[in-house]
Write a protein that binds this ligand. Structure first.
Ligand SMILES: Cc1cc2nc3c(=O)[nH]c(=O)nc-3n(C[C@H](O)[C@H](O)[C@H](O)COP(=O)(O)OP(=O)(O)OC[C@H]3O[C@@H](n4cnc5c(N)ncnc54)[C@H](O)[C@@H]3O)c2cc1C
Length: 388
């Protein structure tokens, strides 16, 4: 089980039970699957998804009125996310991916749209979903998207290409960000809910990638896809603000996911160092090894406390763009550092695919890239300090 971060939080019984459920599921169902999922390369472990769904672990973040677990405070979500990702960050992120889809609907959707689009996620066999922003020519600069949404009577006609879309090969519903006028940049960005069955929507082959293979990514092509006006989220031009609000929470959740991963690396390296003998003593008795573990533990706690702070402020209704960016930036860079340190602590065995730490190092790298690279997080933080 490993080390618990002491954070001074006093959880309610309900919060504690949910975190414990996630911890048990991570240890029993997620951790044992990590290696096989990595080897499978481009296949999501849908059996784990089904088991987690039956326990409410894929919909805990949804309001009860939509069949979810009603764990709507971000602080509990953060603690659950950390536990799931302590099992395996790729699988953990897969299990909570419908929260990312639900967020723009909660921020921008009418009560009728929320009922229509969120209720399917609260069932015992929820569909997988996806959020499509990124395009081949538009990554960090999300306001520059070119996928067009042209109004035609009671419909919009969508044309364009998305890339890197998580869950695209399995998703039954997409939130798609398009523009009603690219010259307006962020003020033209508009969000739509589009079912996979919409004529003209096609998904490309899986993109083969470095890690986190439990989630499969692909391109999405939109060729004269007709979307009824009632499936537009918010007004024309409100999509970008909805996306930023989505990121405020999702970046904190990445902070939590990466804390879980870093903690897994620390736990594994500590246990290994206690058992591995060189020069007649367990290697943890060599100060260089012990100090590396001490640095890992300090980084894990730093990541944890930044996510707890950001989630607490978010739950209190404060603007958290900076704190959220800090939680993601520090969490992902600490996960990279800690997984790298775990490989070093295991020596040659760290480099072997028979041990998980080389995989975790590959998994960690993604979080310095997706949902805004580390440079973009620094941009957000520095803008809060007055930079342009
Ligand atoms: C596995 C994976 C899953 C993903 N899932 C999704 C998804 O589900 N939905 C979705 O829409 N997208 C998704 N993405 C896309 C992801 O959000 C983008 O890859 C990310 O935003 C970076 O964009 P880019 O790859 O185009 O890099 P670019 O924007 O081209 O950046 C390249 C480099 O330039 C730097 N850079 C760019 N602009 C600046 C600047 N102003 N200042 C300083 N440095 C800068 C970046 O930091 C980076 O180092 C996913 C990506 C990956 C790899």
């Amino acid at each position: 089980m490993g080390r618990t971060v002491r954070d001074g939080l006093r959880l309610t019984a309900e919060q504690g039970q949910f975190v414990e459920l996630a911890r048990e599921f991570a240890a029993g169902e997620i951790r044992p699957r990590g290696r096989a999922v990595d080897e499978a390369d481009v296949e999501s472990p849908l059996d784990v998804w089904d088991k987690a769904s039956a326990l409410g672990l894929t919909s805990f973040m949804l309001p009860e009125k939509y069949g979810g677990g009603g764990v709507t405070d971000l602080l509990t979500q953060v603690l659950v996310q950390q536990e799931l990702c302590h099992g395996d960050i790729g699988i953990g992120n897969l299990l909570t991916s419908n929260g990312f889809f639900g967020a723009p609907i909660e921020h921008l959707g009418t009560p009728e749209q929320q009922e229509r689009f969120l209720s399917p996620l609260g069932t015992e066999r929820p569909p997988l979903t996806a959020v499509a922003v990124t395009e081949p020519g538009s990554g960090s600069d999300a306001a520059s998207i070119q996928t067009s949404a042209r109004r035609s009577g009671d419909e919009y006609v969508l044309n364009g290409q998305k890339t890197w879309i998580s869950n695209a090969p399995y998703a039954e519903m997409f939130v798609i960000f398009a523009t009603v006028d690219p010259s307006l940049r962020s003020r033209g960005v508009t969000a739509f809910v589009v079912p996979r069955s919409a004529p003209g929507l096609t998904v490309g082959p899986p993109i083969r990638k470095m890690g986190q293979r439990a989630i499969v990514n692909a391109e999405v092509f939109l060729d004269d896809v007709r979307v009824p006006v009632e499936d537009r989220l918010g007004d024309e031009g409100q999509g970008f603000a909805g996306l930023m609000r989505t990121f405020d929470a999702s970046r904190i959740l990445i902070g939590a996911a990466t804390t879980g991963l870093a903690r897994a690396a620390l736990d594994f390296a500590t246990a290994y160092a206690a058992g591995r003998v060189q020069f007649g003593v367990p290697i943890i008795q060599h100060q260089a090894v012990a100090f590396r573990l001490a640095d890992m533990a300090t980084r894990v706690d730093t990541s944890h406390m930044l996510t707890v702070r950001a989630a607490t402020l978010y739950d209190q209704g404060h603007a958290v763009a900076q704190e959220s960016a800090m939680a993601k930036l520090v969490g992902s860079e600490n996960a990279m550092w800690c997984t790298h340190a775990a490989v070093q602590t295991l020596g040659g065995y760290g480099y072997s695919r028979d041990y998980p730490v080389e995989r975790w190092m590959r998994d960690a790298k993604l979080e310095e890239i997706e949902e805004g690279t580390s440079d973009i997080q620094r941009l957000v933080i520095s803008r809060g300090l007055g930079a342009r």
